[in-house]
Design a protein. Sequence first.
Length: 102
Amino acid sequence: MSEEDDMANQPTEQQPQQIQVNTADELSRGRFSNNILIAHNQEEFILDWMLNSPNGMHLVSRLVVTPGHMKRIVAALEDNLRRYEQTFGQIMTPEVGDQKFH
C-alpha cells in the first residue's frame, strides 16, 4: 500500500461549517450582559439576559427555546468552555455574594 493510499484511508478532520448570517448593524455589535435569569416550563426555557448596573437591572435580551435546543446549547457551552480553558487556562470564578453595585 502506498503512502497516498494510506492517507486516503485515514479519517479527515471535520472542518467547522461556515454559516453566513445577515443582520442589522446594531444587532451585529452584540449586547453586554453580566447576569441571567432562567425560567422553564414543560414546553420551553426562557433566558433573560440582564445588565446589572448602578441604575438597576435592565433586560438586555430574551431567548425562548425548546428543551431539546436548551440541551444542545448547554452541551455547546460546555465544549467551548473546556476548549477555552485548554487554550487560556482555568477560569477562576469569584465567590457568589452580593452582586449589587456599591
